[in-house]
Write a new protein. Structure first.
Length: 568
């Protein structure tokens, strides 16, 4: 049987490889002078604007990328995802995070069963429960209202909800609903993170949400046991049922832990962790903080992009265009990284979330059929809100390595400030930088320009900017719950498009597992050395040396100490 073809063996891929030489002969200064090209490289949808005219691409490039999409069967792969086909073939699972925000009357099937009623069953459960907690009809063990929530999770059970929470915090409507309440996220197994989360909180008024699909995630469950002890120490064992709830599918372990299974909120194996913020993983803690009504607007925003992604022609399809341009930048122009630069402090946790969505999804070395890839996939994602990043790493992207940049701007600020006598208001100052930086990267500054400005000759090389550095700009009308949902879905689908083109599985993450299994061996060794006095064995010289030093330096720790909770 013939091996499945890699996308790199197709005519459109080879055509793009040849086309790179044409692009190398052009500069963005020339490309930006073509008004027709620039106009063709803007797309509007639902009051948002994408401008990708500052990409190192011509209209011919885009046409060739569409031919590549056709060769990769992109349209069919998108349909297979929405139809519930098990496109996550290594785990034999559907990929249906779109079902998490589908309308109540939608039909989206997995294993020939419409999953949308199950999704709405959980959403209705969350709405009812969160309203009871917020209005005080569900109270803690001592009768006090639960005003504080600590959500315990890690990876996708943490980064997505934290991004949305941070973005909601400065929205006027969401802020009004959150008055008098606190939401904190505990992820790191480091006891310092535990201490930071419980500092200033009273167990009597705190609800803990434990997020773990299997209820076996090592870091999450150790943190959950730690907060369980915190509650028991203050309120007694019976308080756990009133102060802890779960997001999990493993009801026997939930009950064994001490949480009432009736207070467990389900999600499904067709939801990948990094795509789970629209499930109970994110919706439960966010609804407890902001109310279900606000969170439902976020879901509707994501759903609007789902429909756009599924139905819009590729030349007007924002996630498709972003995905194709990323493939162009990574696999053809050879850029290894991408900077995500939101000009809004409310989006400060967006880049860390997309870092996981992208790098955990597309950090693969083999095709979906297990064939070694002869080309690079994925990119190194990083970012920081503007203008902070400008005073941090922009030096490198202007005059060091060329790194494609995503500039994300917002027309209306969540927190407008106007000072009398200032030339512009504070948001205008921020957005002046948003509009200026892409041009600075694209055009640069030539030695001739500097000489005309009478710059001393010895400084000309230092002040020269080569330009020709690609970026794109995404301008949102505002940053309310609906727009935040849209932004999330755009980037989720962009990542999927990249994976579909490269022919990889963007929905498994076997690379996470090896470190976990090795950590289990170390954990067993630490236990054997501390409790049985066994010497370190079975590791390489380097690890043996470090473990031995660690054990020797912590030999004063009691073998069976009394419970000691962290504190700051």
């Amino acid at each position: 049987m013939a091996s499945p073809a890699l996308i790199s063996e197709t005519g459109p891929w080879k055509d793009l490889k040849d086309h790179v030489e044409d692009i190398k002969k052009t500069h963005l200064r020339e490309l930006m002078a073509d008004m027709g090209r620039c106009q063709s490289m803007t797309v509007e949808f639902d009051d948002m604007l994408l401008d990708y005219s500052r990409q190192r691409a011509t209209l011919d490039t885009i046409d060739k990328l569409f031919k590549l999409a056709e060769a990769a069967c992109l349209k069919q792969k998108i349909s297979r995802m929405f139809n519930g086909d098990k496109i996550n073939s290594t785990e034999n699972r559907s990929v249906l995070h779109v079902a998490l925000r589908a309308p109540r009357d939608a039909v989206i099937c997995s294993d020939r069963k419409n999953v949308v009623p199950d999704v709405w069953g959980v959403l209705d459960q969350i709405k009812e429960f969160s309203e009871r907690v917020r209005n005080g009809s569900w109270v803690g063990a001592t009768g006090k209202q639960l005003k504080n929530v600590i959500a315990i999770g890690i990876g996708g059970s943490f980064l997505g909800p934290l991004f949305v929470h941070t973005a909601f915090q400065t929205d006027a409507e969401a802020g009004e609903y959150a008055k008098g309440r606190q939401l904190r996220f505990l992820a790191n197994v480091d006891p310092i993170d535990v201490a930071k989360n419980i500092t200033g909180l009273d167990p009597e008024t705190t609800l803990v949400v434990v997020v773990s699909k299997t209820f076996t995630t090592a870091e999450t469950m150790l943190n959950a046991r730690t907060l369980r002890e915190w509650i028991i120490a203050a309120l007694g064992p019976s308080a756990v049922a009133k102060h802890m709830v779960a997001v999990s599918t493993n009801l026997p372990l939930v009950e064994k832990f001490g949480i009432d299974p009736n207070n467990a909120f389900a999600f499904w194996d067709w939801v990948g962790g990094r795509y789970s913020v629209c499930s109970a993983v994110g919706v439960l803690p966010l609804s407890l903080q902001y109310g279900f009504e606000v969170v439902e607007k976020f879901l509707k925003g994501a759903q609007s992009i789902d429909q756009h992604f599924y139905t819009a022609p590729f030349e007007k399809n924002i996630p498709v265009l972003l995905g194709l341009l990323s493939v162009w930048n990574v696999s053809f122009l050879g850029y290894p990284a991408r900077a995500i630069l939101p000009y809004s402090q409310a989006l400060e946790k967006f880049a860390p979330h997309i870092q996981q969505v992208s790098m955990e999804s597309n950090g693969k070395g083999v095709s979906i059929d297990g064939l070694p890839l002869p080309f690079e996939t994925g990119e190194i994602d990083f970012g920081e809100p503007g203008t902070n990043g400008q005073h941090s790493f922009y030096q490198l992207i202007h005059q060091g390595r060329a790194i494609p940049c995503d500039f994300i701007g917002v027309i209306r600020s969540q927190q407008p400030v106007y000072l009398k006598g200032e030339m512009v208001n504070n948001h205008d100052e921020l957005m002046s930088n948003f509009f200026a930086q892409p041009d600075a990267l694209a055009y640069g500054k030539t030695p001739e320009q500097l000489q005309k400005e009478s710059v001393p000759e010895h400084l000309v090389p230092h002040k020269t900017f080569t330009g020709n550095r690609p970026s794109l700009s995404l301008l949102l009308p505002s940053l309310n719950a609906y727009n935040i949902g849209q932004l999330l879905a755009i980037y989720e689908h962009r990542v999927a498009v990249q994976g579909f083109i490269w022919g990889i599985n963007s929905f498994d993450q076997w690379g996470v597992e090896l470190g976990k299994s090795l950590a289990t061996q170390v954990r067993k060794q630490l236990h054997a050395s501390r409790f049985k006095g066994e010497s370190v064995e079975g590791f390489n010289f380097s690890t043996t040396t470090m473990l031995t030093k660690y054990l020797k330096a912590t030999s004063d720790i009691p073998v069976d100490p009394p419970t000691l909770l962290p504190r700051i």
